[in-house]
Design a binder for this molecule. Structure first.
Ligand SMILES: [Zn+2]
Length: 178
């Protein structure tokens, strides 16, 4: 259930990386991503710290490149299915970057972003599909402008820059659960 922008089944951790949506009430796209930090490693707390602007740059060469970025998805679904929410859905989370959907630019304005802990090539877990499907159903109910046809991957709206959620994401399986 979604109340006041927060999903009841998520652990709440507020990220500073959001602002207000330019068109209040226009929440009409769902964007699926993947992330793992360091890339390809699962289970640590680095993604959470990244979204809170507290990634320790010195702990990994890759962290040095990204630690100054200010980004966050609305939600993050870990390998075990645990759900963390960083930004309330009515706010504009900074997850998609330069992007375009059906001719409309800057998808952060009107989208919800969900990150799956993973890589483009490693199969996602059953718990992640279940958690994602359950959250998606709640979003479809709370925001009727998001329809099943308006659920896309980050690679669909930023094809020259992004590849996530990658070939490992089984769209058929996901859609069959909705
Ligand atoms: Zn992404």
């Amino acid at each position: 259930m979604i109340e006041h922008g927060w999903y009841s089944k998520a652990r709440k951790v507020l990220s500073p990386n959001y602002n207000t949506r330019p068109h209040t009430g226009d929440i009409s796209l769902l964007v699926i991503h993947n992330i793992s930090l360091p890339p390809g490693e699962f289970g640590g707390d680095f993604v959470e710290r990244f979204f809170l602007n507290s990634l320790p740059a010195s702990e990994h060469p890759y962290f040095e490149q990204i630690s100054e970025l200010q980004v966050s998805a609305h939600c993050f679904i870990r390998r075990d299915g645990e759900l963390v929410q960083f930004v309330p859905f009515d706010k504009r989370a900074w997850h998609a970057g330069r992007s375009v959907f059906q001719g409309r630019e800057d998808c952060n304005d009107f989208s919800v972003g969900i990150e799956l802990e993973g890589t483009d090539t490693e199969p996602y877990t059953e718990q992640q599909y279940q958690g994602l499907a359950e959250l998606t159903l709640s979003l479809l109910q709370a925001f009727p402008l998001i329809t099943p046809e308006r659920i896309v991957g980050h690679s669909d709206i930023a094809p020259s820059r992004k590849t996530d959620p990658g070939p490992a994401f089984d769209w058929g399986k996901y859609r069959s659960l909705l």
